[in-house]
Design a protein around this ligand. Structure first.
Ligand SMILES: [Cu+2]
Length: 121
């Protein structure tokens, strides 16, 4: 086996592992509010839909408002009917920009995280 062959085989193995890992990770597929949305009415619920079932103990939504202040969410829970969905209820939100920061764990134990912004007009 020459060096070029070894490199391409290694690359192929890495690619296959990366794909199988990526499939098992919790990835955000959809949300309410939508990322970058501008709402005329404050949302009554935040809903994050993932591609994988979530470990509820290690999956969390944080809501951050003006001045980087965290806003307490209530009734934060992974849906009993849909283990890929986590929901939380914010207080009445004033006009402004809000960051939704999530961290999630799928059943394979891999953690992922992300963030998106929405605003209330
Ligand atoms: Cu994974």
């Amino acid at each position: 086996m020459n060096f070029k062959h070894a490199v391409s085989i290694t690359a192929a193995v890495l690619l296959v592992s990366a794909v199988s890992l990526a499939q098992a990770h919790a990835k955000l597929e959809d949300s309410e509010p939508k990322a970058a949305s501008q709402l005329s009415t404050a949302p009554r619920e935040i809903r994050l839909q993932f591609n994988e079932a979530l470990e509820s103990a290690f999956t969390k939504i944080r809501l951050v408002g003006a001045g980087n202040a965290e806003i307490a969410l209530s009734r934060q829970e992974v849906s009993k009917d849909n283990p890929k969905l986590i929901t939380a209820v914010p207080p009445a939100l004033a006009a402004g920009e809000y960051h939704v920061q999530w961290s999630a764990m799928a059943h394979d134990g891999h953690k992922t995280k992300g963030e998106f912004v929405f605003s209330v007009k």
